[in-house]
Write a protein of this length. Structure first.
Length: 300
């Protein structure tokens, strides 16, 4: 019988000092039974995403060690980057993979949140399926005003954390912990340095502005490449596939006389998401994931 497995995909507010990211990764690896699958850093976002899996309690312990190490190494008073953030360990989601439910992940999130608040004195907010109120399901609502804004407003009753005192940690800020299903971090780079174009496209694409369901989007600037980027999270690739998002961004870009230079996936992506895009663009008839050679080998 296969062991239960949970995925954790924490985002840390550091993408410019590889030695710091490595120490956080080492903290994760220090827990027996946990496997670090991927680590990805972005200089412009000044952010790193680490992906690891294992049995539920081992994954929770690894997440705590990573948050603790990040709190020691990252000073939010000095942090600058394009991506919204409120803390050193900015967001820590648990994702059910095998033999566990989303409710099991909610329980993990709550246990970790209590532990982080009690032992590290970092205020913790719960989001997505672990949220304690409807307005906190959406990560953007919790991160409103980012680190600087929350620092000024955390004492307000409506912005109190779910765990811990309503006071920001002096260097680590606050942390958001939750439970969700698979998410794809997907960015599209445009051949323009006009960030207003990326922001207009992001507004057209994201669900909150009447765009595509299950898409969150921002327009940001890649200073080192002098390119504008539409930075997105796809929260349900089965209902809003990658190719649908790509095509809409391409169409909108053409309206403004620009084109797509490239796109990128941050971290890991479910195989079925890519197979669906391949099937669409190759116009494959009656294609099934069972036709993928590696998938057949892995199932043996």
């Amino acid at each position: 019988m296969k062991r239960p497995m949970v995925e954790c995909v924490p985002n840390f507010s550091e993408g410019r000092r590889p030695e710091v990211v490595q120490e956080i990764a080492d903290a994760i690896r220090s827990v027996p039974g946990v496997r670090l699958l991927d680590q990805s850093s972005d200089v412009n976002h000044n952010r790193s995403v680490l992906t690891f899996v294992g049995e539920p309690m081992a994954v929770k312990d690894a997440a705590f060690r990573a948050i603790s190490r990040a709190a020691e190494l990252i000073d939010m008073e000095k942090h600058q980057g394009e991506h919204p953030r409120i803390g050193a360990a900015d967001v820590v989601p648990f994702v059910p993979v095998r033999g566990v439910t989303i409710d099991d992940c909610v329980e993990l999130a709550r246990r970790l949140g209590q532990e982080v608040a009690d032992k590290l004195h970092i205020p913790v907010y719960l989001y997505e399926e672990a949220a304690t109120s409807e307005d906190r399901r959406n990560l953007a609502n919790i991160r409103r005003g980012e680190y600087e804004g929350l620092k000024n407003e955390i004492s307000l009753p409506e912005r109190h954390p779910d765990f811990g005192m309503p006071v920001m940690h002096p260097t680590a800020g606050a942390t958001v912990i939750g439970a969700r299903n698979y998410l794809i971090a997907y960015n599209i780079n445009l051949n323009t340095s006009d960030i207003s174009v990326a922001k207009k496209i992001a507004r057209r694409v994201r669900a909150s502005s009447g765009g595509l369901m299950y898409v969150k989007a921002l327009g940001i600037m890649l200073e080192d490449r002098n390119l504008a980027q539409v930075s997105m999270n796809l929260t349900n690739f089965e209902k809003t596939p990658i190719h649908v998002v790509f095509n809409l961004v391409k169409t909108e870009a053409e309206r403004y006389g620009v084109s797509i230079v490239s796109s990128e996936i941050i971290g890991l992506v479910p195989m079925n998401a890519l197979l669906e895009a391949a099937g669409y663009y190759l116009r494959l008839e009656s294609f099934s994931g069972k036709q993928v050679l590696e998938a057949g080998i892995w199932d043996e």
